[in-house]
Design a protein around this ligand. Structure first.
Ligand code: F6P
Length: 350
């Protein structure tokens, strides 16, 4: 069989583990020929294709990024894009395509499957962990460990200077990185896109924390809304209609300083969260996803996505993974409020 793989959307550690597993499973178990489409969906639109061999998998197990590149190209926003994808799959006699990506990449895969019966299997990826129908996407665990390390470091310096430090992390519409990173790093306040925040409440909580400990560390997701407003880097949108977020940490720090008079500084972790070597968890998850994806190809279970459920790798309808995002569980987020000043008292009183 001739099969191809592409990686789309924002990169993340673990992509190369999927590619490595696909190569081993396809070549050694099924004697397939494997090809890589370069730069996500841009590859099959523009016929950017390269043969992949087992030697390409050499030494990539601990490398972040993706050896077949990525982009945020949307065939459905490109003139004749979907048809070009289908034509190029035919031209190269590709019998199955493994699309590794998040909501956008898998959303395109679902449309191509629905509109053209395209033989596609999806693999769920994103540091944001906001894809439905799977317990976890790979890349998230690595991002989390980077955030946890950063929050740990902020504690010691904040404490030495009696400062309030604000860390802005990724997470456009879902605050998984902020919530889990904040819990792991013992943040004194966690702010996420799912719950609009009241600056006065945050200021009161920080005042209490300062009284008790002398310093405070706050983790805020880039998509958290300041008085219902998203803080943007610019007006430009990508091919999937996403705006560039950034700056909410600075905005919060400024407002907090005004309200509390405490010296408050902000920093943003940005793409550091997407780079570097994958954690052991992401290496294993990416590998298991890749192995399963090739099995699904040979079972001709197209339109399916590999998924982690409990401890098992299963397959689900890709339709169930796209369309809506998996946002932070309200109950989990509410539980973290016990760490935010006297917020919990306010909650239980009502
Ligand atoms: O891939 C998800 C993500 O990391 C988001 O958390 C973030 O907002 C976005 O990508 C940044 O994308 P880009 O690298 O295209 O600016």
């Amino acid at each position: 069989m001739r099969l191809a793989i592409l990686t789309g959307g924002g990169d993340c550690p673990g992509l190369n583990n999927v590619i490595r597993a696909v190569l081993f499973q396809a070549i050694k178990k099924y004697e397939d020929e494997v090809f890589g489409y370069l730069y996500g969906w841009k590859g099959p639109i523009n016929n950017l294709i390269m043969p992949l061999a087992l030697s390409d998998a050499e030494g990539i197990f601990n490398q972040g990024g993706t050896i077949i590149k990525s982009s945020r190209t949307n065939p459905y926003k490109t003139e004749g894009g979907p048809q070009k994808v289908i034509d190029n799959l035919k031209l190269n006699k590709i019998e199955a395509l493994i699309a590794v990506g998040g909501e956008d990449t898998c959303g395109v895969a679902y449309k191509l499957f629905k509109d053209f019966k395209a033989p596609i299997i999806c693999v769920p990826k994103t540091i944001d962990n906001d894809l439905n129908a799977t317990d976890q996407t790979f890349g998230f665990d690595t991002a989390l460990s980077i955030v946890c390390d950063a929050v740990d470091r902020l504690h010691t310096t904040a404490k030495s200077h009696d400062r309030v430090l604000v860390l802005e992390v990724m997470g456009r519409h879902a605050g998984w990185i902020a919530t889990m990173g904040g819990i792991a790093g013992a943040a004194d306040y966690i702010l996420i896109p799912e719950e609009a925040f009241d600056i006065n409440k945050v200021a009161e909580a920080i005042k209490l924390r300062k009284k008790e400990a002398g310093y405070a560390v706050i983790v805020i997701a880039e998509g958290a809304k300041f008085s219902d407003e998203e803080i943007l880097k610019g007006q430009e949108k990508d091919a999937f209609g996403h705006v560039k977020l950034g700056g909410i940490g600075d905005r919060l720090a400024k407002a907090l300083e005004e309200k509390t008079d405490f010296e408050t500084r902000a920093m943003s972790l940005g793409h550091i969260q997407r780079g570097g070597s994958p954690t052991a968890f992401d290496r294993v998850l990416g590998t298991r996803y890749g192995l399963k994806a090739v099995d699904l190809v040979h079972q001709k279970k197209f339109g399916r996505m590999v998924s982690l459920q409990g401890n098992k790798i299963v397959d689900v309808d890709v339709k169930d993974a796209v369309g809506t995002l998996k946002t932070v569980d309200k109950e989990l987020y509410n539980q973290t409020k016990v760490f935010f000043g006297d917020e919990i008292k306010t909650m239980t009183r009502v």
